[in-house]
Design a protein around this ligand. Structure first.
Ligand SMILES: [Fe+2]
Length: 193
């Protein structure tokens, strides 16, 4: 198994790494991303049990995963955030996701894990409003952009203004041919969390 990530961006302080070969067997192929800003780290769409161990091992080369700041989840699918319980119990990371899915994610966390936490699962979740938000990350921020109904209700995409990479996640939506016009607008006035 090749666990070495693809370096998408590296200016010596800020890094974006892509893991594209961690899924084996019958699981839906998916990519996982690690963003590093100095001593701060965030994972984007880390996946479920299938990828937890190889991703944790591979990412440990770049950080102490216990100190990770955030896990960003574009939506609620198992290949996106299925291992939320493991990330919650083995790191101090906050889970960033749409407010629509925030109230469902605790269903993925067993009472055994919940009992090990000093607070509730909700204390570890950052709920992003429908309009999106900029989440402070290291010396910069990661922008949570509303991409609702593009793949999932309450779907988010993440933009890193340092690397200028848009992490589009699972992009796909049913589209009717009779729909002839579409107005898409990204707000530049969303709040900073
Ligand atoms: Fe998905």
């Amino acid at each position: 198994m090749a666990n070495e990530p693809i370096v998408l961006f590296d200016n010596g302080y800020h890094k974006c790494l892509m893991f594209d070969s961690l899924v084996t067997g019958e699981g839906v192929q998916s990519n996982q991303f690690l963003v590093v800003d100095g001593k701060h780290e965030a994972l984007i769409d880390p996946g479920g049990d299938l990828t937890y161990t190889p991703l944790a091992v591979a990412a440990s080369k770049y950080m102490n995963i216990k100190e990770m700041d955030f896990v960003f989840a574009s939506h609620q699918d198992p290949d996106i955030i299925g291992a939320i319980d493991r990330w919650i119990v083995h790191t101090r990371a906050k889970i960033v996701t749409s407010k629509l899915w925030a109230r469902f994610l605790p269903h993925l966390v067993s009472s055994y894990v919940t009992n090990q936490l000093s607070g509730s699962v909700y204390d570890r979740i950052v709920s992003i409003p429908d309009a999106g938000a900029n989440v402070r990350f290291g010396d910069s921020y990661l922008q949570c952009l509303p991409a609702h109904f593009m793949h999932s209700v309450g779907n988010l995409q993440f933009y890193d203004p340092v690397s200028k990479i848009l992490f589009s996640g699972d992009l796909g939506a049913p589209w009717e041919l009779r729909t002839t016009t579409c107005q898409c607008r990204i707000s530049t006035n969303i709040s900073l969390i």
